[in-house]
Design a protein around this ligand. Structure first.
Ligand code: ATP
Ligand code: MG
Length: 575
């Protein structure tokens, strides 16, 4: 393949575009890979389309190698299957819906579990048809609350989604293992340094759920590791080890006047000044903070919920939401409408709204907390005696240094990453919804169990760019680069013609070549563009053409070698 910059639809930008905050977005725009077309929608320019297709090819090859079969569904789908699964409502505001001319309701699919389950129901009837893994590479639509950073989080994006169908739980575990290995191979080939972390699986039902997070400071996911063991989890999925139940008998609950103490800090100060309960060693961790949120369950009226957590912790709304999904929570602040909820002085004893407690609030623990009257707090408010939570919830922020829930010995460390893949043992949620049964070996009906496996193909372009760039531009891993070699005609005399004939020789040797054959563009501009575009190797046909030499540059190492033109093809192909 030969691409000539003199005729290519490509315009590099000297300046950083104002719309771009993260390096990958800035560089993909500047180097002419993508252009913004709509809110959360991007056009792939010729160079970008090549990168996107290379990623798709790698993903497809590894899916085939893992025994999966490719299909392709429409994106425009009728309401009914999603109504049957409950996701027409559960997806909430994230789903794009529309009506056709006959007023029938449709959606632009955010993901395709329903359609795969229906296809399998349509075309299989016996246990002999299983196991099976199907996949597609297809455009998804989600009305994201915050589309961000170009193709990193779009409202229209390319995803590879695969689904496994098995008759037994062991079969599902095997398929999951096969996909997990395939994903490791994919991300290795894409040059993406990543960590596999446990993810929250509650929302969709099902059990094992892991995310592949590409290390990147701009990532929206925070994940933890352990200093002593191999535990790794998205912070959303971190479980808090409950402390040992306290021994000894706590004193009776006592109400104290604590004027002007609406914050934890002011309360702790006053508690120590006045030596409440004879103590002067009160800390925020001794207090119980009660945070009120509004929870919207899709299709239901909003409901108030109070979260009880140690006062030295904050509510992490992302963690709370991941654990409440598909319900969504936001902080409640209309206290004027609820005189029973005394802002700054709320206690769980006798509270009239649903109350979920942090796992540290175990039975027998006593707390300094609100007394549900302005200017009053109570000490020795004991869980299981003075109040009983309606359940526990993981909503408190996770911090570096927190104890590891897996080994109990190490401490948690934290990093940020970009979710590039997600594998998930779904179970029978969708086959139950569609009553998908096939005839078993014993003549009785069996219900297949499903796994679902996604790769963010368009997001991977940004993730790779995020990990592979420097201040001068992109540096693509060889397999993903839009070309193998970038031949630059430095400008004068017969250099353009010589560059073109070298480019043709390289193409004849099986390489994909981008040649900068522009006339009237300075060598300096061409070099800057080559570094911005980031093809692994550049050949500069310039000054030494007369002696029969060109310069071979390595974009990654910056190495430069003078190579005889007659040896160039052999040098570049390594033959
Ligand atoms: P996120 O938490 O980032 O919103 P998700 O958990 O909703 O992602 P999945 O439903 O697991 O995403 O989709 C599978 C993969 O599709 C994700 O791992 C991610 O790589 C990709 N993906 C999801 N949403 C987007 C988006 N808005 N833009 C680009 N890629 C996306
Ligand atoms: Mg996910």
């Amino acid at each position: 393949m030969l691409m000539r910059m003199s005729t290519m639809l490509l315009k590099t930008l000297r300046e950083d575009p104002a719309e771009a905050e993260v390096p990958s977005h800035r560089l993909l725009l500047r180097a002419g890979y993508v252009r913004r077309a709509a809110p959360g929608g991007y056009t792939w320019l010729p160079l970008g389309k090549l990168v996107l297709d290379n990623i798709t090819r790698v993903v497809r090859e590894e899916m085939f190698a893992a025994g999966a079969q490719e299909v392709s569904f429409p994106s425009l789908l009728p309401r009914e299957p999603y109504e049957t699964s409950g996701r027409w409502t559960d997806y909430g505001d994230d789903i794009f819906t529309l009506r056709d001319r006959r007023d029938a309701e449709y959606l632009l699919a955010p993901t395709h579990e329903e359609m795969f389950a229906l296809l399998v129901q349509d075309l299989t009837s016996s246990y002999r048809d299983f196991p099976m893994i199907l996949f597609q590479v297809q455009t998804k639509f989600r009305d994201e609350a915050r589309p961000r950073a170009g193709v990193l989080r779009g409202r229209e994006f390319l995803m590879k989604d695969a689904y496994s169908f098995d008759l037994t739980d062991e079969g599902l575990a095997d398929a999951y293992g096969v996909m997990r290995v395939a994903y490791q191979k994919i991300f290795a080939r894409l040059g993406l340094e990543h960590t596999i972390v446990s993810a929250v699986s509650g929302a969709m039902g099902g059990s094992a759920s892991e995310e592949f997070l590409a290390m990147a400071d701009v990532g929206e996911d925070t994940f933890v590791g352990c200093t002593k063991c191999d535990y790794a989890a998205n912070t959303e999925a971190v479980t808090t080890p409950p402390p040992a139940a306290p021994t000894g008998t706590p004193g009776p609950m006592t109400v104290h006047d604590t004027p002007d103490t609406p914050t934890i800090a002011s309360l702790v100060n006053l508690a120590n000044e006045r030596a409440l309960d004879g103590r002067t060693d009160w800390t925020a961790a001794d207090t119980l903070k009660n945070v009120v949120v509004t929870v919207r369950q899709p299709g239901h009226e909003p409901e108030l919920l109070a979260i009880g957590l140690p006062g030295d912790r904050e509510v992490d709304l992302k963690r709370l939401n991941a654990n409440l999904h598909p319900a969504a929570a936001e902080l409640f602040d209309d206290f004027a409408s609820r005189p029973d909820l005394v802002k700054g002085y709320i206690g769980p004893q006798g509270i009239k709204i649903r109350y979920l407690a942090d796992p540290r609030v175990v039975t027998g623990t006593g707390w300094l907390t609100g007394a549900n009257e302005p200017g009053k707090h109570a000490t020795s408010v004991v869980a299981g005696r003075d109040f009983t939570p309606d359940g526990t919830v993981e909503a408190a922020d996770v911090r570096p240094g927190d104890p590891c829930p897996a080994c109990g010995d190490g401490e948690l460390t934290m990093r940020r990453g970009i979710e590039i893949g997600h594998i998930f043992q779904l179970g029978r949620r969708f086959t139950d919804a569609f009553k998908l049964d096939v005839l078993g070996a014993d003549g009785k009906p069996v219900r297949p169990t499903m796994g679902s496996y996604g790769v963010g193909v368009s997001r991977a372009v940004a993730a790779i760019a995020e990990q592979h760039h420097d201040e001068r531009g992109l540096i693509w891993p060889a397999e993903i680069a839009p070309a193998d070699v970038h031949v630059v005609a430095a400008g004068k005399d017969g250099q353009v013609e010589a560059a073109l004939s070298l480019a043709e020789e390289l193409v004849a040797a099986g390489l994909r070549v981008l040649v900068d054959d522009r006339k009237g563009v300075s060598a300096g501009v061409k070099f800057t563009d080559a570094e911005l575009i980031g093809i692994p190797r550049t050949v500069v046909v310039g000054r030494r053409l007369g002696d029969g030499y060109a310069e071979l540059r390595d974009r990654r190492t910056g190495d430069r070698d003078e190579v005889l033109l007659s040896d160039m093809v052999a040098t570049v192909t390594g033959v």
